[in-house]
Design a protein around this ligand. Structure first.
Ligand code: OXD
Ligand code: MN
Length: 588
């Protein structure tokens, strides 16, 4: 037996599936699994997959999850380092021993009567020196199919692993879907994730948040690289030059829209490399190089339309890679199509909500779940960059940190230097969204958009960021962006979406030393004349409001940042405290 076979055998002895099926990643197999999910397997009383109108949504299936299983459950997510301090105040912690005892009890016989799917997959291009070979076990076709879309899955990975035992391991079961018996546990030193009780993307597709962020961030800390919650895009200018940037924004704050942005400025084009995760390595040339370890897009459906994200609508209707999933959207019975709030057109007459109940517009309840999602191959995207499959990745010229802030934060600010940029990332705050189970719309500090995903003590993570900067001879410039500032009536001032290219253009101009900037207490800001605003209808005073630094708001902001830093006590890097003090001084 190979180490892989031995490991699978051990897990099967514990979970006791009816049968074990090794996935080969082929198209025929995908059809077979879909068939099985339509006819045999059920989740919360619904068939796992329902075939949608193949004329309008080719290769697409509707899925409904258990009503209590619709988002990441941060309070049930644990990072099990040998000691609590390594996990830090940013993670829930129990000892590896206790976690394993608890999970073993819950997993005993949890796959009884079900099939165990063995999923061999790569995170990253198989020829990339940055890629990792992984295997996940799961007991639902929904996860098996989702992993096929989101990763590079197939038999060749089993061959690549061969006699090695250093592959990344994931054991997943939906268990009985009871939130009382739901745990997502990580064992960073063993490169192992053990998750039970949920079928939701971020809890169950273990290559995504669990491995590519929580465990990979720990690997990166030890090996000298960064695993980040970032979009990767190439911005092509009218001369045909492409500048690559990454952008960290919290969940459900528009990363997918940014990754596929349809430019409103003639001659500018955005090329997609990734919409959620970036692995950043220091290249031999002293620059930062990024790869997207994923191969699919798991995006929020509500709000996606021909107007807000035309390229995503094209992606969802493209018949290239099989299949595409829609999870917890509403369902137009007459057209046999998915539907969500914000999609083009008026609500259909005969609509079922995300739980399959008849929907009545008068009740004021959303038809699609606010965190309903599509799962689609990145190869379906018409904006896919030619560099997507380049094993080396792409060289990064700028890093953007963003959040959703209705007040306080300007549209765009450039950090003074790398250290100041790390400070800028570390102090990012954002309003919470429906992507995780918690109160929506309250501001929380979410440094580098990594609060729920950093697999170790964030104070050490900040130190690591500072150290990476010291090793880069050509570091990217760092910026903060905020598309969400409102006027006194509470209306968004900046139009966002395709108009964000105007901010990206300024960033590209700064990177290429084409424009000057204004120095302020919180960083460099644009001279308004350098922002391409032709065709936009924003009054001057509104534009100024987008860049206003309100001293009362910033006093509160600095107090809030200080409170957050204090959670990390002595471990917090002194450089960031010093940056905070300097900012306070400058704002006086
Ligand atoms: C996601 C998330 O699903 O951040 O990407 O929650
Ligand atoms: Mn995400």
């Amino acid at each position: 037996m190979t180490p892989l076979e031995k490991w699978v055998d051990e897990q099967a002895r514990l979970t006791k599936p009816k049968k074990i099926y090794w996935c080969d990643g082929s198209d025929e197999e995908a059809h077979k699994l879909i068939e099985c999910g339509m006819k045999e397997e059920r989740i919360a009383g619904h068939p796992v997959f329902h075939e949608l109108n193949h004329k309008t949504f080719p290769n697409s299936y509707l899925c409904r999850s258990h009503p209590t299983d619709v988002a990441r459950t941060e309070h049930l997510t644990y990072v099990c380092h040998p000691n609590k301090e390594t996990a830090g105040p940013n993670n829930n912690w129990i000892s590896p021993h206790e976690a394993k005892e608890r999970l073993a009890k819950l997993s005993d016989g949890c796959m009884r009567g079900r099939t165990m799917y063995v999923l061999p997959y790569m995170m990253g291009h198989p020829e990339s020196s940055y890629a990792k070979a992984c295997v996940q076990l799961t007991d639902t076709a929904y996860v098996a199919i989702s992993m096929r879309i989101m990763t590079r899955m197939g038999k060749s990975v089993t061959e690549k692993i061969g006699e090695r035992d250093d592959f990344v391991k994931g054991l997943h079961s939906i268990g009985d879907l009871n939130p009382e018996r739901r745990f997502i546990t990580h064992f960073p030193d063993e490169h192992f994730v053990w998750s039970i009780g949920s079928g939701y993307g971020g809890n169950a597709l273990l290559g995504k948040k669990c491995f590519s962020l929580r465990i990979a961030s720990w690997l990166g800390f030890n090996e000298g690289w960064l695993a980040e919650h970032m979009v990767i895009i190439g911005i092509e200018d009218p001369k045909g030059d492409v500048t690559y940037i990454t952008a960290a924004l919290p969940s459900a704050c528009g990363k997918t829209n940014l990754a596929m942005l349809e430019s409103s400025l003639p001659g500018y084009k955005v090329w997609t490399i990734g919409d959620d995760i970036a692995w950043l390595n220091i290249g031999p040339d002293g620059r930062l190089w990024a790869i997207n370890p994923e191969a699919g897009l798991f995006g929020v459906a509500p709000g996606t339309s021909v107007n807000t994200n035309p390229n995503m609508m094209k992606t969802l209707k493209r018949k290239k890679f099989y299949p595409t999933l829609f999870t917890n959207t509403a369902f137009d019975v007459d057209k046999n199509e998915p539907w969500w709030e914000g999609i083009d057109g008026t609500p259909p007459k005969n609509l079922l909500d995300w739980q399959g109940r008849h929907w009545d517009s008068g009740r004021g309840i959303k038809a699609a779940h606010p965190n309903s999602r599509f799962t689609v191959s990145i190869y379906n995207a018409p904006t896919l960059s030619h560099e997507f499959d380049n094993p080396k990745g792409v060289p990064i010229s700028a890093i953007l940190f963003g959040g959703k802030r209705m007040h306080v934060k300007p549209l765009v600010v450039e950090a003074f230097n790398w250290q100041n940029g790390v400070f800028l990332g570390s102090r990012t705050g954002s309003e919470t969204t429906a992507a995780a189970v918690h109160e929506v719309g309250v501001v929380r500090r979410d440094p580098m958009a990594m609060l729920p995903f950093c697999g170790y003590n964030m104070a050490d993570y900040f130190k690591h960021w500072l150290n990476i900067g010291k090793k880069l001879t050509r570091p990217p410039k760092i910026f903060s962006v905020n598309w969400f500032r409102v006027d006194d009536e509470g209306n968004y001032i900046w139009p966002g979406f395709r108009e964000n290219i105007r901010v990206l253009k300024w960033i590209v101009d700064r990177v290429n030393n084409r424009v000057e900037a204004k120095e302020t207490g919180i960083g460099f800001m644009p001279h308004l004349k350098d922002l391409e605003l032709t065709g936009l209808n924003i009054a001057n005073n509104e534009m100024e409001k987008l860049f206003e630094i309100n001293s009362k708001d910033w006093r509160q902001e600095t107090l809030d940042i200080e409170d957050f830093f204090n959670k990390f006590d002595e471990r917090m890097p002194k450089e960031l405290r010093q940056e905070l003090n300097e900012m306070k001084e400058k704002l006086k």
